[in-house]
Design a protein around this ligand. Structure first.
Ligand SMILES: Cc1cc2nc3c(=O)[nH]c(=O)nc-3n(C[C@H](O)[C@H](O)[C@H](O)COP(=O)(O)OP(=O)(O)OC[C@H]3O[C@@H](n4cnc5c(N)ncnc54)[C@H](O)[C@@H]3O)c2cc1C
Length: 505
């Protein structure tokens, strides 16, 4: 354990590590911090370090493309699923032809800025669509609990080789920030192109080329066909048209539970007080973060994608809808902390029994939230927590980080009844454990609805291929097999390896 005052003191850390290893102070062995986390249970939070004394530094694996072997695979979507699949295919000598509906990461930033300046949502280039995928302008949290699904270290190594700080290999909860991610995404693109892959932006896939029970490629919205030996579908949780095209073309999909609710925002100083027991926090400590969950009578309520020192952002993907999410810069230095606070949504919550029923429900809530305002902008309905609990519109709202602006609204009525009930029961439970969480300093903004995909594209456990469509490999969050940047990247690797195995048969 190291006090925040001494975290920058390499000599102190070295002396402590040598003493713990039973070695003399004069021992010349190299000492390296291999894991860094924060223990905030005590009154004064401390750094918990795992330190290696002596031994070799773990080699960082890097991208090593193989000589092309003549095969090609179509990869739809340039998010972490698609890009890591492309890198893995190239390492096996298979050429990826990457098709992305949005624009390259730099041009995409201009479209994201237009959301703020003109309230315009480009349906192909926004916070969810475009090079780098949904997480590009995000908090860039690289923490995953899905460690059994793949090699997390390998994913982090690749991020480092494309420009991320080496700290992500050490921090227990690493993050990159939206000012760093675009540079890394560009590095990946350059590596894919240099190794012989193709990347096409503005390439909106509108159909699969099906030949009996086999996929031969895809058709673009402009009519052009792109053929390949396999098709990896890594289109993310917001590509509603992709689920619709699958249903239209008779490819089996299934409804999948997801979660919906609000973004809750607090002053970061209050979050520091709640979780570090101090404010202002020690300058060596990062902005405090949390991950909370509780059970209510009907369903679970939990925090999602918490962004310390961050901003609430408009993550809508089509005009006429309102969707919120969160992001932060690498420094996490903004004065607010936000997180999704959501309740489970299950297939039996809606009357329809159709694979797209939950997707339609999700879309209708987003449209209702948009219409609740002036029907032209991305301004968000908001309510202070005590007012939400008491069922009254807030007389005045505090400052928020949400740049398009907020207006006072009855979220207790606007949210679906079962979601509002769960949040009204859950907030006091969380507030009882963490003083201030449900106070008047907390503001709710709506709606947080893109927590995960409301649809699953089935795949065989062994081959990772769609059970009825040979050559079709559903991948990442949109297919229902990942939830976050690292797990989507790991799924991209797993699917590409499955394509390689399948190609050898
Ligand atoms: C604002 C925000 C903040 C987030 N913060 C974090 C975070 O801090 N940490 C974290 O782990 N996760 C975060 N996430 C979630 C994370 O981004 C996703 O889990 C991850 O990106 C999923 O990867 P994916 O490759 O499966 O899909 P995506 O990243 O969604 O990529 C899919 C790509 O497919 C493209 N596409 C869709 N349809 C078509 C089509 N028909 N034709 C061609 N291309 C198509 C899209 O344009 C998109 O680029 C955040 C998401 C958002 C929106």
């Amino acid at each position: 354990m190291v006090e925040p005052d001494r975290i920058g003191d390499a000599a102190h850390i070295r002396a402590q590590a040598l003493a713990k290893a039973g070695r003399p102070e004069s021992d010349p062995a190299p000492v390296r911090v291999v894991r860094r986390s924060i223990d905030a249970r005590a009154r004064m939070p401390r750094f918990q370090l795992r330190v290696a004394v002596g031994g070799e530094e773990r080699g960082a694996s890097v991208f090593r493309p193989a000589a092309p072997g003549g095969k090609r695979a179509v990869v739809v979507g340039a998010g972490p699923g698609g890009y890591f699949a492309a890198l893995t295919l190239l390492e096996a000598g298979i050429k990826p032809v990457l098709l992305e509906r949005g624009r390259d990461v730099r041009s995409r930033l201009k479209d994201v800025k237009k959301i703020y300046s003109e309230g315009l949502i480009d349906p192909h280039s926004n916070y969810c669509f475009g090079e780098g995928g949904a997480g590009t302008y995000s908090d860039g949290k690289l923490y995953t609990r899905a460690t059994k699904r793949g090699d997390v270290d390998r994913i982090l190594d690749l991020f480092v080789s494309f420009g991320a700080s080496d700290d992500i290999r050490v921090d227990a909860h690493p993050h990159l920030g939206s000012n760093v991610l675009p540079r890394i995404v560009r590095g990946m693109r350059e590596a894919i192109l240099a190794a012989g892959g193709e990347i096409h932006f503005g390439a909106h896939v509108s159909d699969l080329l099906l030949d009996g029970g086999r996929v031969r490629g895809v058709r673009l919205a402009g009519g052009e066909s792109v053929e390949g030996d396999a098709v990896i579908l890594a289109t993310g949780h917001s590509a509603r048209d992709v689920y619709q095209l699958l249903q239209r073309q008779g490819v089996r999909i299934e409804a999948k539970p997801f979660a919906l609710g609000v973004r809750i925002e607090h002053p970061q100083a209050l979050v520091d007080r709640m979780f570090y027991h101090q404010s202002p926090r020690h300058p060596a400590l990062p902005a405090a973060s949390y991950r909370l969950a509780c059970q209510t009578a009907e369903r679970g309520v939990f925090s999602f994608c918490m962004c310390p020192g961050g901003f609430v952002v408009p993550a809508s993907t089509a005009p006429g809808e309102l969707v919120l999410n969160g992001m932060s810069l690498a420094s996490r230095g903004a004065p607010f902390a936000n997180a999704g606070l959501v309740a489970e949504v299950r297939p039996d919550d809606v009357a329809e029994r159709d694979p797209l029923a939950l997707l339609r429900f999700q879309a209708s809530v987003e449209r209702d939230m948009f219409r609740a305002g002036d029907g032209t902008t991305q301004r968000a309905p908001a309510q202070r927590v005590p007012d939400f609990l008491a069922g009254r519109v807030s007389a005045a709202l505090g400052r928020t980080s949400y740049i398009p602006g907020v207006y006072a609204a009855p979220l207790h009525e606007l949210l679906p009844g079962f979601v509002a009930r769960a949040l009204r029961e859950g907030l006091p439970i969380l507030g009882a454990k963490h003083k201030g969480f449900d106070s008047a300093e907390a503001t709710l903004l709506a709606v947080e609805s893109r927590t995960s995909s409301p649809v699953r594209i089935p795949r065989d456990r062994e081959t990772l291929m769609h059970p009825e469509v040979s050559g079709l490999f559903p991948c990442g969050e949109g297919a229902g097999y990942a939830g976050g940047i690292v797990s989507a990247a790991m799924d991209g690797v797993a699917v590409a390896e499955a394509v390689v195995r399948w190609g050898k048969k």
